[in-house]
Design a protein around this ligand. Structure first.
Ligand code: HEC
Length: 179
């Protein structure tokens, strides 16, 4: 009788262990990718806040607040004025802080939304490479005041997170020309 109970207990332990292992593997196999991407995008949202990307890449309303209906769509081509002329060695900005003039010429904050006129056609790898090298997929070297030196040493997972977040933005059509 004693033996029977022990045998049953051992069998029960084995059954539980097998069931747990099966559950574990089934869980691993069926884990969807979605939560990881959503987590990455949530981190990206924080990094975009901390990185102050809106300061330059989001147009401003007349009262100076961010125009969230066109969030991160950059200098508004044909709408935003250009920055005033400056003496050598000096820098100027336009009123909505999306375009800048200095010894490098005139730079315009770019459209970061997932529209075809923005970075809609960029892969994650192209986005990471752009921020790591300061040269975009079209070969354009990123001029000031884009804070490339702050971003080039960021962990790739963080740059991927920013990319994942930017993919969730409303696409805004705004083709930016020049440089
Ligand atoms: C101080 C202003 C400023 C801030 C802050 C800023 N940017 Fe920029 N960014 C620019 C300007 C200006 C350009 C265009 C540079 C040029 O024309 O050479 C640019 C270009 C870019 C480009 C290249 C796009 C293209 O089409 O080539 C990317 C990507 C980018 N910024 C991402 C970001 C991200 C992400 C953040 C926040 C972490 C950020 N920027 C913060 C000013 C800024």
């Amino acid at each position: 009788m004693r033996r029977g109970v022990t045998g049953f207990a051992v069998l029960a332990v084995v059954v539980i262990a097998v069931a747990a292992a099966a559950g574990y593997w089934a869980g691993r196999r069926s884990t969807p990718q979605a939560p990881a991407a959503a987590e990455s995008a949530a981190r990206g949202a924080q990094l975009v806040e901390l990185g102050g990307c809106d300061n330059c890449h989001t147009p401003k309303l007349p009262d100076g607040s961010l125009d969230m209906s066109r969030r991160l769509s950059g200098y508004q081509e044909g709408v935003s004025p250009l920055p005033p002329a400056v003496a050598p060695g000096q820098v100027s900005a336009n009123p909505d802080f999306t375009s800048f003039r200095g010894d490098w010429g005139v730079s315009k904050a770019r459209n970061l939304t997932p529209d075809a006129t923005g970075i809609g056609g960029w892969s994650e790898t192209q986005f990471i490479q752009t921020l790591k090298t300061g040269v975009d997929p079209s070969g354009m070297k990123l001029m000031p005041p884009m804070p490339i030196m702050e971003l080039e040493n960021a962990p790739e997972a963080d740059l991927a997170a920013i990319y994942n977040y930017l993919r969730t933005l409303k696409p805004v059509a705004n083709k930016i020309t020049g440089m």
